[in-house]
Design a binder for this molecule. Sequence first.
Ligand SMILES: [Fe+2]
Length: 203
Amino acid sequence: MRTNTSYQAKQFDLSSLTGISDRTLDMHFRLYEGYVKETNRLTEKIAEFLKDERVDQEEMPAYSELTRRLGFEYNGMVLHEYYFGNLTKHGGGDTAHDSVFYQAAVLSFGSYETWKADFVGIGKMRGVGWAICYQNPANDRLSNHWITLHEVGNVAGFTPVLVMDVWEHAFLLDYKPAERAKYIDAFFSNIDWDAVEVRLLNR
Ligand SMILES: [Fe+2]
């Protein structure tokens, strides 16, 4: 069986961010590379089971475990690419009032401030995961969601447009565990709104 699913870790030109140290970024890139590696490794291991074009009953426990882990690793890889992809060293804080994202936030939430209150609120939720703003391609509306770990809570078919990692590894070298709000402020000052708008327009 041919499995054409070998991924390469992407490179991100990120350093000198505001409030997110290069040390954190370097560690985080290594962590991301681990997700890429595991995605490839698990895909290959699952392919071994499929060589005879069937999953035998006795293979089921191991096959199931690998497949569940693949969901974790795959989403871990992809979400980190979205996350690094919506950061820039030339970020300028909140998006401009005449931007496509601003208008989409007003359309969906009544105001940009309400959208932000929801997104930041989700980011402050206790637990390990992500705050993600998605666009529903069926009606262009934005909605914010809490994703537990990497794979629980993603909305099928929705387009991630702004992705914020709120696992503690994203900020623990720079802030105390209870200072997640400071990291969220730093995240906002580094958002690449141009990248976010490309996602909105290319859905
Ligand atoms: Fe992360």
